[in-house]
Design a binder for this molecule. Structure first.
Ligand code: G3P
Ligand code: MG
Length: 251
């Protein structure tokens, strides 16, 4: 049977060559031939969905403070590109809506929801995300993933047709099989890092019809490891290079 090339997912956009989670990184990922874009979604003080990895803006912008304590207007005033390189100065923290509007039809989206486990945020977050995905007709083009499995379980109940990706958190999940973790939250994809990848994950997901995704695949050696394990979804900071290596291997 023909072996299909794994899906290439741009982690926070092409974050190896452009500032993570900015429109510059997402445009680069589109140009680099990614099949899917992964980004991190957070909710602001005034209940807007924005794209940022960390709990605070300190590392990746010229501002200070937690996203939850800042309004959208506060966040839009920040420079989210200069920390990475002078040529990216003026890049902003994007809203999820902006990224959705940017994506061409052939590219899908992995929205990784960051709640920091705070319960008070979850209800509004679930509903806002669902409303936006429906408004933008994105329900079939999105994978909603999270380390927060309570969020996933509740989101899945709201709309079981939207694909769910369960992220592996060893301190909590190590004793359980991927299929058990996935089933609990209605996930069809199980996601771990390349360092966490184990044969038992491969066997269990295969046996139970769950797709296995690996993030942190940034080198030839890491790609070889995940390919050998039969991982179907590769999440990388360097989609162009990974695509090139896959192409070379298929010749
Ligand atoms: O979706 C996989 C990956 O993004 C999870 O870790 O910290 O990069 O959001 P992190
Ligand atoms: Mg992420």
């Amino acid at each position: 049977m023909a072996q299909h090339s794994p899906l290439v997912v741009a982690h926070r956009g092409s974050s190896g060559v452009a500032p993570e989670n900015t429109l510059a990184a997402f445009r680069q990922a589109i140009a680099d031939g990614a099949d899917m874009i992964e980004l991190d979604v957070r909710m602001t003080k005034d209940f807007e969905l924005v794209v940022l990895h960390d709990r605070s803006v300190n590392r990746t912008t010229n501002g200070k403070g937690k996203v939850w304590d800042l309004t959208l207007a506060d966040l839009l005033a920040l420079d989210a590109g200069s920390w990475f390189g002078r040529k990216f100065s003026g890049e902003r923290i994007p809203t999820l809506r902006q990224v959705i509007d940017l994506l061409p039809h052939h590219i899908n989206l992995n929205t990784e929801v960051k709640t920091d486990g705070e319960r008070r945020k979850r209800l509004a977050f679930e509903e806002l995300l669902l409303l936006l995905l429906r408004e933008k007709n994105f329900s079939r083009r999105v994978l909603v993933s999270s380390f927060d499995h309570d969020f996933l379980r509740r989101f899945h109940a709201l709309d079981p047709k939207i694909k769910i990706g369960a992220l592996y958190y060893p301190l909590r999940d190590a004793a359980r099989k991927p299929s058990v973790l996935a089933r609990r939250v209605g996930a069809s994809v199980f996601i771990c890092s390349v360092a966490q990848l184990r044969k038992r994950f491969v066997d269990d997901t295969e046996r139970n019809g769950i797709a296995l995704a690996c993030y942190g695949v940034n080198s030839r050696r890491q790609l070889a490891k995940v390919k050998q394990s039969g991982v179907k979804i590769v999440v990388t900071d360097y989609p162009k290079e990974i695509r090139k290596l896959l192409r070379a291997a298929s010749r």
